[in-house]
Design a protein around this ligand. Structure first.
Ligand SMILES: [Zn+2]
Length: 89
């Protein structure tokens, strides 16, 4: 396994880390439902972009991290539990 010949100097290390800062996402307010969303992206809460409905949303009030995903995860967990119990018996 190749090993570096020389220890990286503090200057080189810090020059490398000069690009590691995180940038805040470009946020804007939806003109339709006035919810904060990413700019140049379809509004996840109402499905509008440029004043048109481009995405079907189940309900305009709930957000994408709704109950559907969590309920499916719970079901998957229940199935895995059943499988493990079958293996045990
Ligand atoms: Zn919206």
């Amino acid at each position: 396994m190749p090993v570096p010949k020389y220890r990286t100097s503090a200057s080189k290390r810090d020059m490398r880390r000069s690009h590691h800062a995180l940038k805040a996402p470009g946020l804007s307010v939806c003109p339709n439902c006035h919810e904060v969303k990413l700019s140049h992206v379809v509004c996840p809460s109402c499905g509008f972009y440029k004043g048109k409905q481009v995405l079907e949303t189940k309900s305009s009030s709930t957000s994408w991290d709704g109950s559907d995903l969590s309920s499916s995860k719970v079901q998957a967990k229940d199935e895995s539990l059943k499988d493990s119990s079958k293996k045990d018996s």
